[in-house]
Design a protein around this ligand. Structure first.
Ligand code: NAD
Ligand code: UDP
Ligand code: UDP
Length: 373
């Protein structure tokens, strides 16, 4: 029945552009939902850079056109303003599904935004899986370390089921992503989202493993939303603006921070580490889920200290009450990604932070007026 699904799917399309993975990369048509955002735009850079055609689907809820403007005019690039909660018809080979209101100020404490977050994660993911099923595209979900909740196992291994409060202020995000993972696996098992290519029956052994799940841990870097309330962007913007660094609670809670890209010695952002993890996962043969994160673990006070050392040793620290249900610690076990994807992060916090700082400095003070809105 998997095959008849696909036969039906292919019947409605012209054959152009279906190319087997690994044989020839150029010519893949790839959708990146949420491609105008922080992680998505770095991914788009890499996909365009290697010669693929990319369609970004984004409703600009938190994303910005500025993150993609350097691709405007490229015939291999297309930007569609669209909310993934609505169905969409496209012909593509791969779907990277990133669209999601991902930062705390966008989903906590605001009932309307909360519903948007849950709805995007559930209905948006369902639509993208429906699309993947119809056209036989490979589908990758960017899930999150938040599926582990306030973890009782440390570090977190993919086999850990997590400790999530179903009725708390973060639940819309945590449970939304957990449901997105559920849908992805249900489609994988039942509905037959698979890889196949319309060049005869030669590659029907690629029929299995049509979905991929990445669990991304806290990530920072250039193009991060400046005022999105995440801790790294908050501390960096605060230090640059000579405001005190706001530490929530006692500052002893931990996170493990991953830089969005790796770089060459000349300072040119060349090798997108995190994004590389997503691409390896998409191209590889394993469904996952895979933890993608940097195992270097820091308390928020230690993070504040690194920010002080990097930007302003005189920056003050101001304690604020912590938010509800804040996970006490978080650190990825990345054994699986190392072994099966041959991937591990390369940039330490002390090396990565200055690269983000120069981007933030330019956006906050620079002559580019892109953040004036
Ligand atoms: P981001 O907010 O910068 O990007 C998300 C993008 O999705 C934005 O461009 C936004 O406009 C778009 N979007 C939101 N709702 C949409 C909708 N209904 N329809 C179409 N587009 C929509 O966030 P990011 O940090 O780049 O995160 C990207 C993905 O990675 C998300 O799925 C997020 O959950 C996941 N993730 C990120 C981190 C992190 O630390 N950055 C950690 C774990 C998981
Ligand atoms: N969908 C979409 N684009 C497509 C195919 C499906 O947006 O190319 C949506 C469709 O509207 C539906 C969802 O994906 O809401 C799930 O589709 P599926 O075919 O799996 O389920 P069904 O429509 O049979 O309930
Ligand atoms: N945090 C903080 N100061 C801030 C913002 C966040 O101390 O200005 C803390 C927050 O309480 C949490 C950690 O930093 O313990 C990471 O928060 P973030 O929202 O960046 O990511 P998440 O909680 O989703 O991992």
């Amino acid at each position: 029945s998997y095959q008849s699904n696909h036969a039906a799917g292919f019947g409605s399309f012209s054959s152009g552009g279906k190319i087997p993975l690994g044989l020839k990369r150029k010519g893949l048509r790839i959708v990146v939902t949420g491609g105008a955002g922080f992680v998505g735009s770095h991914l788009v850079d890499r996909l365009i850079g290697r010669g693929d055609s990319v369609i970004v689907v984004d409703n600009f809820f938190t994303g910005r056109k500025e993150n993609l403007m350097h691709h405007f005019g490229n015939p291999r690039f297309e930007l569609i303003r669209h909310d993934v909660v609505e169905p969409i018809l496209l012909e593509v080979d791969q779907i990277y599904h990133l669209a999601c209101p991902a930062s705390p100020v966008h989903y906590k404490f605001n009932p309307v935004k909360t519903i948007i977050s849950f709805c995007t994660n559930v209905v948006g993911t369902l639509n993208m899986l429906g699309l993947a099923k119809r056209v036989g595209a490979r589908f990758l979900l960017t899930s999150t370390s938040e599926v582990y909740g306030d973890p009782l196992q440390h570090p977190q291994v993919e086999t850990y089921w997590g400790n999530v409060n179903p009725i708390g202020v973060r639940s819309c995000y945590d449970e939304g992503k957990r449901t997105a993972e559920t849908l992805t696996m249900d489609y994988h098992r039942g509905a037959g989202v698979e890889v196949t290519y319309n060049i005869g029956r030669l590659f029907k052994d690629l029929l299995e493993n049509g979905v991929r799940i990445a669990r991304i841990f806290n990530t920072y870097g250039p193009r991060m939303c400046i005022d999105d309330g995440r801790v790294v962007s908050n501390f960096v913007a605060q230090a640059l603006r000579k405001e005190p660094l706001t530490v929530y609670g006692d500052g002893k809670q931990t996170r493990s921070f991953q830089y969005v890209s790796d770089l060459k010695a000349d300072g040119f952002v060349h090798f997108i580490c995190k994004v590389e993890g997503l691409m390896r996962l998409m191209e590889g043969e394993h469904v996952g889920p895979f933890n993608l994160g940097n195992p270097g673990e820091f308390t928020m006070l230690e993070l504040a200290q690194v920010v002080q050392e990097t930007i302003d040793p005189n920056a003050k620290i101001e304690y604020r009450p912590n938010t509800e249900d804040d996970p006490h610690k978080r650190k990825p076990d990345i054994t699986r990604a190392k072994e099966l994807l041959g991937w591990e992060p390369k940039v330490s916090l002390r090396k990565g932070l200055p690269l983000m700082v120069s981007d933030f400095r330019q956006r906050i003070f620079g002559d580019h007026n892109e953040d004036s809105a």
